[in-house]
Design a protein. Structure first.
Length: 165
């Protein structure tokens, strides 16, 4: 099986769990932070939604240069966050269905102008930045929701909330 198709199957499986969590974001609590050094709920949830869109930058492009910047998206509701995630998942599916397997062996660089943070193969970059990074922040999101007393949906199996504990 092609590596792109293995990744695609995982993207599809994880997209539903991510969408289910994002749809629970209480937008009226968007400024909530469990600690002064933590991101706000809005920043964390939008970061989770946006990670789903990193496939183009990490697989089709050859580098990410933070010095080139960009315009931050404005989110006005939970529905906005979910819509961005859904759009990015469709884009990821398209990319993974069309990408050449040769692309995964090519080098990819993360930089800020002349400062190079690292250069790694695209196969390592998509695993680390498009997948593992998402799981890390999605886990943080479940903690935020738990602290706000939002019942958690299943991600891989069940939750204490679904079992009535």
């Amino acid at each position: 099986m092609k590596y792109s198709q293995i990744l695609l199957a995982e993207v599809k499986q994880e997209a539903e769990a991510t969408r289910n969590l994002l749809s629970l974001i209480p937008f009226d609590k968007k400024d909530f932070k469990p600690h002064e050094k933590s991101m706000t709920l809005l920043r964390l949830s939008t970061h989770v939604a946006e990670i789903s869109g990193w496939w183009k930058e990490c697989l089709l492009d050859d580098e990410l240069d933070f010095a080139k910047g960009g315009t931050p998206k404005v989110y006005n509701s939970t529905a906005d966050i979910v819509a961005v995630h859904d759009k990015h998942i469709l884009q990821a599916e398209k990319i993974l269905n069309e990408v050449s397997e040769d692309e995964f062996a090519k080098p990819w660089t993360m930089r800020s102008g002349d400062m190079v943070f690292f250069t790694k193969s695209k196969s390592e970059v998509v695993r680390t930045w498009c997948m593992n990074h998402l799981y890390h922040h999605r886990g943080q999101l479940t903690v935020y929701l738990r602290l706000l007393n939002i019942p958690l949906p299943a991600v891989y199996a069940t939750t204490a909330d679904l079992e009535g504990k």
